[in-house]
Design a protein around this ligand. Structure first.
Ligand SMILES: C[S@@+](CC[C@H](N)C(=O)[O-])C[C@H]1O[C@@H](n2cnc3c(N)ncnc32)[C@H](O)[C@@H]1O
Length: 261
């Protein structure tokens, strides 16, 4: 509990800057192929530190709904909301995307942003369904989920599932050892290419925080891009607009559009 929240608090305390907000904003705008988000309402599912809600809000999205099930993440997003002058068109609250959409009681929006969230819920496909229900007819669904890499080697999903489980069950001092060992390994020349593949997209994040968040991010599901596309098209009736795919152990990004009424 609060694994992510602790990472986000540390990120806001030590690394948050307007430069990083700009990087986060550009990551959203570039993938959506827009110069701003004016005229779009937005839901940020698993808002984490609140960085992307803040970035979207400052790019003109209104209203913005930031949801996360981790209480510390919600505190982090609230601190950015306060920093912005507590705007009435930005709402931050604690909720789980696994809740039934009726009890979740969040309005449909023009853009639902679920970057790196659904895979950590413990029931990714249910989370996909519930997220899709929050997209208004004709609206956009920007989702990123981990790619599944076969095998048992250092770059495989299976290997990292074992490491993540081990890390999340370990006492604090062992987690620190895990962290520094992997931090060292990732810095070695023969692993640099792999580390870059994990964090190659510039999204305003910090390398150390990303590594801590990554190691303890459990539960965690991995899936092939084709399965996401098939599920969203056939089961949810969305149309695929754009992808940014990887063959490595990193997030595949998808932009879908819901059919208009
Ligand atoms: C890897 S982080 C991604 C954070 C942010 N979207 C980003 O792009 O940096 C995953 C986030 O999803 C949140 N999360 C996990 N399960 C959730 C659930 N069932 N409902 C809402 N948020 C959830 C976690 O607390 C965490 O902040």
């Amino acid at each position: 509990m609060n694994h992510f929240g602790k990472c986000w608090k540390s990120y806001l305390d030590k690394h948050f800057s307007q430069e990083r907000v700009e990087e986060a904003r550009q990551s959203i705008l570039q993938f959506l192929n827009r110069s701003d988000l004016k005229g779009l309402s937005m839901t940020d599912l698993g808002c984490g530190s609140g960085l992307f809600s803040y970035a979207a809000y400052s790019a003109g999205a209104s209203p913005v709904y930031s949801l996360d099930y981790d209480s510390m993440a919600v505190e982090c997003a609230r601190s950015l909301w306060e920093r912005e002058g507590k705007p009435g068109n930005w709402h931050v609250r604690q909720a789980s995307i696994l809740e039934n959409p009726q009890t979740l009681n969040s309005p449909q929006t023009d853009l639902v942003y679920a970057w790196g969230t659904l895979q950590h819920t413990g029931d990714m496909w249910k989370a996909f369904r519930n997220s899709a229900a929050l997209v208004r007819p004709g609206g956009l669904f920007y989702v990123a989920v981990y790619n599944k890499v076969p095998g048992i080697g250092l770059k495989s999903s299976r290997f990292w599932s074992v490491i993540k489980q081990g890390y999340s069950r370990s006492p604090f001092f062992l987690q620190e050892i895990f962290f520094w060992v992997f931090n060292f390994l990732f810095s070695l020349a023969n692993l640099v290419r792999f580390r870059k593949s994990v964090s190659k997209r510039r999204r305003g994040m910090d390398r150390h925080i990303d590594l801590r968040a990554w190691l303890g991010a459990w539960p965690c599901e991995f899936t092939e891009a084709e399965k996401v596309i098939e599920f969203c098209q056939k089961e949810l009736g969305f149309q695929l607009i754009r992808t940014n795919l990887t063959e490595k152990l990193a997030n595949n990004e998808f932009l879908f559009q819901k059919a208009s009424l």
